[in-house]
Ligand binder design. Structure first.
Ligand SMILES: [Zn+2]
Length: 84
């Protein structure tokens, strides 16, 4: 089952337990990295350009369900819980 991708106005929600915030995302990506090695030969990635990226699976951290996510609307700006 393909995983629906969240957007600027939607977010993931686990359909089984309602979790909105914690997921393990398995992602495959093709990237170009600018690797800068110091004089000791220790590499540091200074830039990373993502050529393509695919979300393969999303697992809920709360109930461990795999790919049981749906898209729900994000809260409107200024409507965070606790704000009046
Ligand atoms: Zn869940």
């Amino acid at each position: 089952m393909p995983v629906p991708l969240s957007t600027a106005t939607t977010r993931w929600r686990c359909t089984l337990c309602g979790n909105l915030t914690r997921f393990d995302v398995t992602r495959s990506s093709r990237v170009v990295e600018y690797v800068h090695l110091d004089l000791a030969g220790e590499p540091t990635v200074e830039e990373r350009e993502v050529l393509s990226e695919t979300v393969e699976s999303v697992r809920c951290r709360w109930c461990n369900a795999a790919d049981q996510v749906e898209l729900v609307d994000r809260p409107a700006p200024g409507a965070e819980p606790g704000q009046v």
